[in-house]
Design a binder for this molecule. Sequence first.
Ligand SMILES: NC(=O)c1ccc[n+]([C@@H]2O[C@H](COP(=O)([O-])OP(=O)(O)OC[C@H]3O[C@@H](n4cnc5c(N)ncnc54)[C@H](OP(=O)(O)O)[C@@H]3O)[C@@H](O)[C@H]2O)c1
Length: 260
Amino acid sequence: MSNQQSSAPSVAVVTGASAGIGRAAAVAIARRGSGVVVTYRSRPEEAKATVAAIDGIGGRAHALRLDVGDSATFPAFRADLADVLDREWGTGSIGALVNNAGSGGGRAFEEMTEEAFDQYYRVLLRGPYFLTQTLLPLVADGGVILSVSSSSVRPGDTEAGYSGYAGMKAGLVVASRFLAKELSPRGIRVNTIAPGPTRTRIGDDAFARFPEIADGIAARTALGRLGEPEDIGDVIAFLVSAEAAWITGQDIQVAGGFAL
Ligand SMILES: NC(=O)c1ccc[n+]([C@@H]2O[C@H](COP(=O)([O-])OP(=O)(O)OC[C@H]3O[C@@H](n4cnc5c(N)ncnc54)[C@H](OP(=O)(O)O)[C@@H]3O)[C@@H](O)[C@H]2O)c1
C-alpha cells in the first residue's frame, strides 16, 4: 500500500490567489514545499504580493491572469501555464488544482435577474468545471482537484438572498463527487472544502465595511469567532498533500462549528 503522491504536490495551481482564502492557501501549500502558480483576475499587484510572501518563506511562485468567468480564455491559459511549468520548474504537469476563485454577495430571490444568475453560474460553477476539464491533461496521475464550496450548501446556513450563490456551490459539490469516481482510474482525488464565513474581501469587502457582522457570526459559531483565511488555507494545503491520500469525493466543512 503506498501513497501515489509525494508528501506535497510538485506544483499546484491556486486560482484567485491575489486575496483571501486563495492567498492563504497558496502560502500554506508553498510552506509544505510545492511550487505554486497563483492566478488573479483584476489585481496583479496583489498577486505579486502573494508571490512575494511565498518568496519570503523560501518558496517559489509565479502569477498568471485568469478570469474563471470567461471559459473561452481557458485554452490560452493552459498554454501559458504549460510554458511557465516548463520554464520555472522543468515539468509538464501539476500535482494539484485548487479551484478557489470566486465572488460572493447575495441577491434576494425577487430581485434576481437572469443576467445576475448567469454571472453566479459562469464564475462559481461553469468556470471551475471547465477549467478542470481544460487543465486535466496537465494534472499528474495521482494528482488532486480541490474546489472551494461553501457552508451555505448545508442546512443551517440558509440565509435569505443566497439561493443563487449557494445553488452554484451545491452544483460544484455534486459535480466534484461524480468526478471523484470518474477520474479515479488515474488516481486523481477530487474534493470540495466548505468554508464558513471567513474574513476576506468577499462581497465587496463586506466584513470591513460592516464590522458588526462579525459579532453576529461569532455568536452563531461554536468556536466563537469569524474564520480567518489561514484557517481555511491550512486545510487546503493538507487536502492537496499525500497526508490526505485516502480522502476523495468529500465536501469538508471548515467553519469552526458555524450554524451547527
Ligand atoms: N469569505 C467567505 O466567507 C467564504 C465562505 C465560503 C466560501 N467562500 C469562497 O471562497 C473562495 C475565495 O473567496 P474569498 O472569500 O477569499 O474572496 P476574496 O477575498 O474576494 O478573493 C477572491 C479571489 O478570487 C479572485 N476572483 C474573483 N472573481 C474572479 C473571476 N471571475 N475570475 C478569476 N478570479 C476571480 C479575486 O481576484 P482579483 O482580486 O485579482 O480580482 C481574488 O483573488 C470563493 O470561491 C468564495 O465563494 C468564501
